[in-house]
Design a binder for this molecule. Sequence first.
Ligand code: NAP
Length: 239
Amino acid sequence: MTVLVLGGTGEARALAAALTADGVPVTSSLAGRVAEPVLPVGDVRVGGFGGADGLAAFLREAGTSAVVDATHPFAATITANAAAACAEVDVPLLRLQRPGWSAQPGDDWRWAASLAEAATMVHGTVFLTTGRQGVGAFAALPGRVLVRSVDPPTEPLPAGATLLLARGPFSVTDEVALMTGHGVDVVVTKDSGGHMTEAKLTAARQLGIPVVLVRRPALPAGVAVVHTVAAAREWVASR
Ligand code: NAP
């Protein structure tokens, strides 16, 4: 049995390590967006497949027996392509997606349907933590904007942007210091979930700063979904 793990997340790396420990041959696939990615253990391929048809051809040629789509909750195109390709070549597919974040007492959260809508909901000094893709949706913001991403964005930035290049995890102490130091009025984030980047939410709660969260895209219909690496590992073992 060979498993293709569509990756680019901490969960994908953890799953590749777990399956390797179980003696299951794994190929992890990365899009190649990040200049110096944290690599999973085992076989790794980098770059797009060429759409759903390209992915289907890859699955056939590699003799892949199962696919786990462990990509980021906002990587909607590859998730749709995985569903279409696996249906086409009749390869079982599992979606591993970490749960979204839940508001706690003291949170001031406002939900947006898209990055574009989020851009209409913010004023003052904005801390933009949505990653470099799609950051162009905020290009017309008139005020100060802290833009944090792992690699520099290629899309246009607001005139008052300050770029912070950093990779999580971040501590609550550092997030509080950052938000206080820059006089942040509002934080913008995708509902990515997970622990790597949730410190900003705790910091915002402590400081009484509102957070605009962009909702996740819908999942393709009919695909089995689990929320933990352990459950994905069991799914592979059960096949
Ligand atoms: P996307 O919009 O869903 O995908 C765009 C194209 O990138 C896909 O059509 C595919 O190209 C290629 N691709 C995406 N993920 C791939 C993978 N794991 N292996 C091979 N090709 C892949 O994806 P995205 O939002 O740009 O995210 C790209 C990668 O970054 C994903 O692996 C994701 O897990 C990771 N990531 C994304 C975010 C985010 O906020 N979107 C955050 C953190 C990490 P082809 O059509 O040519 O196959």
